[in-house]
Write a protein that binds this ligand. Structure first.
Ligand SMILES: [Zn+2]
Ligand SMILES: [Zn+2]
Length: 435
């Protein structure tokens, strides 16, 4: 859908432009032309104008971790609904995870998906292929061929990490193929429970998995990354110790790491509801982990935020905790939840939040994350003062398994553009306004 037509000129007037990558943080006019940022300054005039007085303008958010359930579970999400949800959340770039049906572990599946994404996605979308055939942690995929077919990176996400020896071979091969590896660090011999093995699990009588299931796998992955020189991204870091381990290896390995909005804002206390809607993997952790992740994000120990957007049909979520599928929707509530809890809570600056949602993940994927003149016009307009209550009716995703349903959040995306084209528009049709 992108680049089908050459977008007209548009002048976004009087927006509060916040772009940490360019050092911009003031009310300015931004002129878009031919899908790019053409001019940023004051008193600019243009043939078509959008009055953005009172709104913030950020570089579009980039989410390196999404499950759009295509191919195979289009009843839960597909490329159109997933990309519409991403755009509604202010995202202009996404990486799709390969744990679909069929699994994205062969070149023909990669090339088919890349073609569909080009036709159907509203946002810039990259395809992750599997690291191992069938995500089984045994035989490596043909990574060179997967890359030729269009894969951007490899990951066995959805399942935990393979044994150390197998993982080491995978890193060596990924490095030689020139592909980054996204790792869901989880040791299956330790992760035998349903929720975090803590006080809430004990009180609720639900089997827990210890934090060591993640921490031991993270430590192993970091040691192997340092030794092999592979480009490794550790996703959904959920414990303070794992974040500290990433910090220790920052200058010792080619490593980056993200954490999720839900691990930054919710805690294991939700296990006491016994409600499967709050089941997620890695599990929600105790308050000290939640607080530690916020500090790690603030202090640049963690690089950025990724949502792990994981739609599930209601019959898979509206179940007791033990029976429910793990995973939450993420795209549409990410900014609002983090703005409400971390920024308005005084624990993270708005600038750092934009850096962790736009600039840093944009650098990781190689596109977006900047409003510099000449950059693609991938941007999002946000009303920081709008309060809204998350409900099924407010969600664009085909699924509704958001852990924030019923919560009132402050800050809402009102418009998103990719390459200067509106892909989400709540500005009152102003994106399409004429002179
Ligand atoms: Zn995962
Ligand atoms: Zn995932």
């Amino acid at each position: 859908m992108l680049g089908d037509s050459s977008p007209a000129e548009l002048l976004i007037r009087q927006a509060h432009v916040l772009d940490p990558a360019s050092g911009l943080d003031e009310i300015m006019d931004v002129r878009l032309s031919s899908g790019r940022i053409a001019e940023v300054g004051e008193g600019i005039r243009g043939p078509r104008e959008l009055d953005a007085d009172g709104l913030h303008l950020f570089p579009g958010f980039v989410d390196v971790h999404a499950h759009w359930r295509t191919p195979g579970r289009e009843d839960e999400e597909d490329i159109q609904s997933g990309s519409a949800a991403a755009a509604a959340g202010g995202f202009t770039g996404v990486v799709m995870m390969p744990n679909t049906d069929p699994i994205v572990d062969r070149p023909v599946v990669v090339s088919g998906l890349v073609g569909r994404v080009e036709r159907e996605s509203r946002v810039r979308t990259r395809v992750s292929a599997a690291l191992h055939r069938g995500l089984a942690g045994e035989r490596l995929t043909e990574m060179r061929l997967l890359k030729q077919a269009g894969a951007f990176c490899v990951s066995d996400d959805g399942l935990g990490t393979a044994s150390a020896g197998v993982l080491r071979n995978g890193m060596l091969y990924a490095r030689s193929a020139g592909l980054p590896v996204i790792l869901h660090c989880e040791d299956h011999t330790l992760a035998t429970g349903v929720v975090h093995d803590g006080v809430a699990a004990s009180l609720a009588g639900i089997p827990g998995s210890p934090a060591s299931a993640e921490d031991a796998a993270t430590a192993t992955a970091l040691v192997l990354a340092a030794e092999t020189g592979a480009r490794v991204h550790i996703t959904h870091v959920s414990t303070a110790l794992s974040a500290a381990l990433v910090g220790f290896f920052r200058d010792r390995a080619d490593v980056t790491a993200d954490t999720t909005p839900h691990h930054l804002t919710l805690t294991e206390d939700l296990a006491s509801t016994l409600d499967g809607r709050y089941r997620v993997n890695p599990p929600l952790r105790p308050e000290h982990d939640r607080a530690g992740l916020g500090l790690a994000l603030r202090d640049r120990v963690l690089d950025f935020v990724a949502t792990d957007h994981a739609p599930h049909a209601s019959e898979e979520k509206e179940l007791p905790m033990e029976e429910a599928a793990p995973g939450f929707l993420g795209h549409e509530t990410a900014f609002a939840a983090l703005h409400t809890d971390l920024v308005l809570g005084g624990r993270l600056s708005l600038t750092r939040l934009v850096e962790t949602m736009s600039c840093a993940p944009g650098r990781w994927v190689g596109t977006g994350g900047s409003l510099a003149v000449g950059a693609p016009a991938d941007l999002t307009l946000v009303d920081l003062s709008e309060e809204w209550t998350v409900g099924r009716g407010t969600l664009v995703s085909r699924s509704s398994n958001s852990p924030y349903i019923g919560r009132t959040l402050k800050g809402r995306v009102v418009g998103t553009m990719v390459g200067g084209e509106p892909v989400h528009d709540r500005t009152g049709a102003k994106f399409g306004a004429r002179a």
